[in-house]
Design a binder for this molecule. Structure first.
Ligand code: IVH
Length: 691
C-alpha cells in the first residue's frame, strides 16, 4: 500500500541516492583525475548530510556507499577519463595494505574540536602535528630494507610506486641498525615543495601543457609517472607521521616518531604534545600564520591521542580512527578593488582577461593580478571594473576571484551596461573570433600580431624545443623591435654583427647565441616538429607523430583521417596539423628551415631505433614490401614493420606472411605471390592493422 509516509519519504530517499552518486564522482575526480570539483568543506557537508540520511533510512544501507569507504587513487579505467599525459595505463603493481589506510574526520572550529575531545578519556594527551597537503604513502621495511611503497589507493589496496619513491632523497632505502623490528611500516606524505611546483608549472606554461592546480595535484601526477628519472628531476620530498607494526618500541605516538627520527626518517619538528584545548588552539593560531614560511603545502593540523593503549581502546569507524581528527585551516579570502581588466594575448592568439587588483597580502604573498579565464567566467561572476571582489588563495597557488561584494550593486560601476568582452585584438586591432564550442576569444592574425610572433619564437627556442641558449624573452623582443626577427626562420639568418650591435649584447653573447643556433641544427625531427608550435601539438604528441611520419614531407600530405590513426591524435589536433600545412606562409618558413639545415626527418639511426617496439601485432610475420606508396615511404614502412614486431624480407617465398603492396608492384613478385598463394595487403589495410 502506498501510504502517506512513503510519499513524504520519497524525496529524501532520492536525495540520498543523488548524494551517493555525487560524492562517488567527486572522489573519482579528486583521487583519480586530480581535478577536484568540490571544496573540502562542501564535500564534508554533503558527506554529513548523506550520513544523516543513511541513519534515517537504515534499509538503504549499502556497503558501497561513499560513507563506508575512502576515496580511491587506484588507476582504473573510467568512461569519462581523459587520456592525459600521465593517465590511461596501468603500470604499477596493486598490493593489499597490511593495515587499512584510513582517512581522517575533519573539523573547522574550536567547537568541533571540543566535541571530539569530550569523547576522549579525561586528562588525555593530544599530539598536534601539521597536516601536510600531499599524497599519503605507506613504506614497508623488511629487515631494514625498503621493499614496498604503496599509495593509499582505495584504502584496502594501493599501487606500488617504489621506483618513484626511491628518487626522494630523504627516504632511506635501508636502515643499518640491529635494534629494529623485522617488519615495520611508516606512513607519511609525499609532497612537491612550493619552489619546485612553481618551476614545474612555469616550464609547463612555456610548453603550453596544462598547469597543475596546486602542489598536491603536481605531486600526485608525478608519483604516477612511468619514468623515475623525470620524477627525480621534479624533486619530490616526504614527511613521515605514523609508524605501524608488531613489537614496536614506545608506548606513545610521540615516542614512536622520535624513534623513527633516530632511525633516519624525516619527521617534522612541528610536533607538540598538548594537554588542553587552549593549548591546541594556540598551536593552530601559531601555525596558521607560520605555515606560510614552510617549503611545502599544509592545509590544517592533525590531532592524535598520544597514548597508544588509549588509541587502541578508542578504535575506528569504517573510515576514520576515533583517536585522531584533522582541523582544516580556512582558505584565505579577502576583499579588494578590481581596478581594471586588461587582456593578454598568448602565442596561439588566445586572449585572456586579467584582473588588475588593488594589491593585498594573501597567504604570504602580495596579490595584484588574477586570471579571469574567459568571457563566460566574468559574466558568471557578474563583475566589472570598480567592483570590490573576493580573492581567495586556498590550496591553489594561483589566486582566484570567487565573487563580488554583495553591496556592489549600489556602486557607480553597476550603472550602465554590464561587462563586454573586446571585439578586436588589444595588441593588433584584428577582429577577434570565437570558435563554436570553445570558451576563448582568439586573434586570428597569427603572422602579424606581435605577442603571437614573439611567443612562437620563444616557444621555438625553448629548452624542450630547439634549446637555443641566450635567446631569451628580452633578446627576442629586442631583435623583433629592430626588425631582425619576424618568424622562426629569421633566426637562421641572424648575423654576428646584427646581434652584437644590440644594446646590452656584446660580441661574446652574440657568439654564444650563434653557437646555440648552429647546435640547434642537430635537434632531432620530433623536437623540430614540437618547436613549430602547431596548436595542441605538445612534446609527447610530436614524438608520437614523428615515429609514424618520419619526415616533414610525409607529414605534409597526411590527411586528418590518417593523422587520427596515431595514438593521442584526435580530430582537433589532426585538423590543426592539416591547416598548418595549408598556410602558404608556413610552407615558406619550412622551406627556409630546411635550407638552413634543420633535421626535417628522422635520421637513419633513429629509424633503426624506432624498432624499440611499439607493439607486437606483427610478431612472427615476414613481410615483403613492393611497389610505390602514397602515405609513407618504403623506409617508413620498413621501420613500422619492425616497430610492430614484424620482419621485413626482400624476396617472396613460402614463408612470406603477406606482401605490403603499393602501386606498380613488380610483375615477377606478383607472379610468385600468386603461385605461392601469398596474400597482398594494401597500404590502407596495413595501416589499419597496426593502428
Ligand atoms: S595521520 C589513521 N598525520 O591527511 C590516521 N595524516 O585527510 C592516519 N595527512 O590520509 C593519518 N598530514 O594523507 C596523519 N600529520 C599527519 C598528516 C596526515 C597529512 C594526510 C594523510 C591522510 C589525510 C587525511
Amino acid at each position: 500500500m502506498m501510504d502517506l509516509f512513503s510519499q513524504i519519504e520519497e524525496p529524501e530517499r532520492e536525495e540520498l541516492k543523488d548524494l551517493r552518486k555525487e560524492l562517488e564522482e567527486a572522489n573519482y575526480k579528486y583521487y583519480v583525475l586530480n581535478m577536484p570539483t568540490l571544496s573540502d568543506r562542501e564535500f564534508d557537508e554533503k558527506m554529513h548530510r548523506l550520513q544523516d540520511l543513511e541513519a534515517m533510512y537504515p534499509d538503504m544501507f549499502d556497503p558501497k556507499s561513499p560513507t563506508q569507504h575512502v576515496g580511491s587513487d587506484l588507476e582504473k579505467p573510467h568512461p569519462t577519463s581523459p587520456q592525459g599525459e600521465e593517465k590511461g595505463r596501468k603500470a604499477f603493481e596493486t598490493v593489499r595494505h597490511k593495515y587499512p589506510m584510513l582517512s581522517l574526520a575533519n573539523s573547522y572550529s574550536r567547537e568541533e574540536i571540543e566535541d571530539w575531545v569530550r569523547k576522549l578519556p579525561s586528562g588525555v594527551e593530544i599530539v598536534c602535528e601539521l597536516k601536510f597537503d600531499g599524497l599519503s604513502i605507506s613504506l614497508w621495511y623488511e629487515h631494514g630494507q625498503l621493499v614496498r611503497a604503496l599509495t593509499r589507493g582505495d584504502g584496502v589496496q594501493g599501487d606500488d610506486v617504489i621506483a618513484n619513491i626511491k628518487t626522494i632523497p630523504s627516504i632511506p632505502w635501508r636502515i643499518e641498525r640491529t635494534d629494529i623490528p623485522d617488519f615495520f611500516e611508516l606512513r607519511g606524505e609525499v609532497l612537491l615543495p612550493w619552489e619546485r611546483f612553481e618551476a614545474l608549472n612555469k616550464e609547463r606554461e612555456e610548453q603550453e601543457e596544462p598547469l597543475f592546480a596546486n602542489p598536491r595535484n603536481a605531486a600526485s601526477g608525478t608519483l604516477k609517472l612511468q619514468d623515475p628519472r623525470e620524477v627525480a628531476r621534479r624533486g619530490l620530498t616526504a614527511y613521515l607521521y605514523y609508524m605501524l607494526g608488531e613489537n614496536l618500541p614506545g608506548k606513545t605516538h610521540y615516542e614512536r616518531l622520535a624513534t623513527a627520527r633516530e632511525w633516519g626518517f624525516n619527521i617534522s619538528d612541528a610536533i607538540k604534545v598538548c594537554h588542553s584545548v587552549d593549548e591546541v588552539m594556540a598551536y593552530i593560531a601559531y601555525w596558521d600564520t607560520e605555515r606560510k614560511n614552510l617549503p611545502v603545502a599544509t592545509d590544517g593540523i592533525v590531532l592524535k591521542v598520544n597514548n597508544l593503549a588509549q588509541q587502541e581502546e578508542l578504535g575506528y569507524t569504517a573510515k576514520t580512527p576515533r583517536w585522531a581528527i584533522a582541523y582544516k585551516f580556512p582558505a584565505e579570502k579577502q576583499l579588494t578593488l578590481l581596478k581594471e581588466i586588461t587582456y593578454q594575448v598568448g602565442r596561439t592568439g588566445v586572449v585572456t582577461p586579467v584582473a588588475n587588483l588593488e594589491p593585498i597580502q594573501l597567504s604570504g604573498t602580495i596579490v595584484q593580478r588574477a586570471t579571469l579565464h574567459n568571457e563566460d567566467f566574468i559574466k558568471s561572476l557578474d563583475i566589472r571594473p570598480g567592483d570590490r571582489v573576493w580573492v581567495e588563495k586556498g590550496g591553489e597557488i594561483i589566486p582566484k576571484i570567487v565573487g563580488r561584494d554583495n553591496p556592489t550593486p549600489t556602486l557607480p560601476s553597476r550603472e550602465g551596461e554590464g561587462f563586454t568582452f573586446p571585439t578586436v585584438c588589444p595588441e593588433c586591432g584584428t577582429p577577434l573570433v570565437r570558435v563554436e564550442g570553445e570558451a576563448a576569444w582568439r586573434c586570428p592574425n597569427e603572422a602579424g600580431c606581435p605577442p603571437q610572433i614573439k611567443g612562437k619564437i620563444e616557444h621555438f627556442v625553448s629548452r624542450k624545443a630547439m634549446n637555443i641558449d641566450g635567446l631569451g624573452e628580452e633578446t627576442i623582443d629586442l631583435l623583433y623591435r629592430q626588425g631582425l626577427l619576424h618568424n622562426i626562420a629569421d633566426i637562421y639568418d641572424l648575423k654576428l654583427e646584427d646581434i652584437a650591435a644590440q644594446e646590452r649584447l656584446g660580441d661574446k653573447s652574440a657568439q654564444n647565441i650563434l653557437a646555440g643556433i648552429e647546435a640547434s641544427k642537430q635537434v632531432p625531427w620530433a623536437r623540430v616538429l614540437f618547436a613549430l608550435g602547431i596548436r595542441m601539438v605538445g612534446e609527447t604528441t610530436a614524438k608520437k607523430i614523428a615515429r609514424v611520419y618520419t619526415s616533414i614531407d610525409s607529414l605534409q600530405w597526411a590527411t586528418a583521417e590518417q593523422l587520427c590513426a596515431i595514438e593521442d591524435v584526435g580530430p582537433q589536433i589532426a585538423e590543426n596539423i592539416v591547416k598548418y600545412f595549408e598556410d602558404i606562409r608556413n610552407l615558406e618558413i619550412l622551406d627556409r628551415l630546411r635550407k638552413a639545415g634543420l633535421q626535417m626527418a628522422l635520421s637513419e639511426d633513429e629509424i633503426s631505433n624506432l624498432n624499440s617496439q611499439i607493439s607486437n601485432v606483427l610478431q612472427g610475420l615476414s613481410i615483403v614490401i613492393s611497389g610505390t606508396f602514397s602515405h609513407h615511404s618504403r623506409e617508413e614502412y620498413k621501420a613500422m614493420i619492425e616497430a610492430h614486431g614484424g620482419k621485413n624480407v626482400g624476396s617472396v617465398s613460402k614463408k612470406t606472411s603477406f606482401i605490403l603492396a603499393g602501386e606498380n608492384m613488380g610483375p615477377e613478385k606478383l607472379k610468385k605471390a600468386e603461385a605461392l598463394g601469398v596474400k597482398l595487403m594494401t597500404e590502407d589495410e596495413f595501416l589499419e592493422m597496426i593502428k
